[in-house]
Design a protein around this ligand. Structure first.
Ligand SMILES: [Zn+2]
Length: 75
């Protein structure tokens, strides 16, 4: 099963203890990449808009998943 990118920080907390170090490092690196991508989107003004349909992403969604780049319809 593929992990939705938006769930990564939550999954690190939930499953961290049962993963080996390589898998944990992989999750952390992917989470870091998402944060860096979010910072780029903040810079170019596309943060909080869906990368698929360009709709404004709801604040409650962003609070739950600050690094999301897609609206609930496309996540
Ligand atoms: Zn969308």
């Amino acid at each position: 099963m593929e992990v939705p990118p938006n769930d990564l920080p939550a999954r690190i907390g939930e499953t961290g203890e049962s993963l080996d170090w390589g898998a944990q490092l992989d999750l952390v690196e992917r989470a870091l990449e998402e944060v860096e991508a979010s910072l780029v989107r903040l810079d170019d003004g596309t943060y909080a808009t869906c990368e698929v349909c360009s709709v404004r992403i709801d604040e409650t969604v962003l609070e739950a998943a600050p690094t999301t780049s897609r609206c609930p319809d496309h996540s």
